[in-house]
Write a protein that binds this ligand. Sequence first.
Ligand code: IPM
Ligand code: MG
Length: 367
Amino acid sequence: MTNTLLILPGDGIGPEVMAEVTRIIDWFGARRGLKFDVSEDLVGGAAYDVHGVPLADATMARAQEVDAVLLGAVGGPKYDALDFSVKPERGLLRLRKEMDLFANLRPAQCFDALADFSSLKRDVVSGLDIMIVRELTSGVYFGEPRGIFEEKDERVGINTQRYTESEIDRVARAAFELARKRGNKVCSMEKANVMESGILWREVVQRVHDADYPDVELSHMYADAGGMQLCRWPKQFDVIVTDNLFGDLLSDVAAMLTGSLGMLPSASLGAPMANGRPKALYEPVHGSAPDIAGQGKANPCACILSFAMALRYSFDRGDEATRLERAVEKVLADGVRTADLMQAEGATPVSTSGMGDAILAALDASL
Ligand code: IPM
Ligand code: MG
């Protein structure tokens, strides 16, 4: 079976970090016999500049065909004034929605060498390894009615939180399946105390559990309490499953526990395609960081680790994914740091490609 990849570097630091991922992909081709048929295209502001839309139809069609899409980042100040419908973020949301990528996996893992970067105490975060499963195609991000409307003599902004049973069911299953391969624990978060959608969420997650996953430990928590518990003692969690908006917030909280947004990958998965592989898009959790774009300062690790997730979840090569993750861990343990990971004054950070060099050297050493 051929392995097809669509690379969408996007905006800001996206192209710089993606350039390092391309070197890693080539390494796996040359040294591990893992060949990828790679195509590249535009998304976000970069697509808007050329096509007048943040994702061209041809790009969307290609994304539907490939085994995995790798995305860098979208957005930047240059596009702030654009109409909402063509903002760079709309390109990303279109990919998520049309590929129906309902399960967004956001691991928050604390690399031991970086434990002191967390705003929390070392013992609270060292060894942390949790997985947030965020529902990604529904809820308040997409619910209708939405808009800004005239009402009497003032305007009203409306968004709708909406979940069907089947939408909750499928993301709950994804969380339980993952938990079985990890710590076998799921905590589901909603606001069943104030929201009907939360009541239904809790009920459906419990039902799926009782019917098909009774061996997995399940608990429920209100999402606000969940945010608090994530800061108090995050190691109590294994897999957290939650809706689109709460997942957006909670995954940023969880990300910061680990000390650096520059380290965190994500996978967004949908239903299996004809070849058995899931529809999939992989992207770093960090944004386009326009303030440092084009300066060779960006940390490529999150994007590289997103490719590791692709190896694991799309190409069924958990062994090679682990090899890549270990290489990144080794480089950090050796003290190689991009600027975002610098603590001591006077120390010299490596550049984006310097970090790529170090990871490639660690990969060579792994053979
Ligand atoms: C994320 C981001 C996106 C979101 C934006 C860029 C649309 O914050 O992936 O977490 O809100 O989902
Ligand atoms: Mg977010």
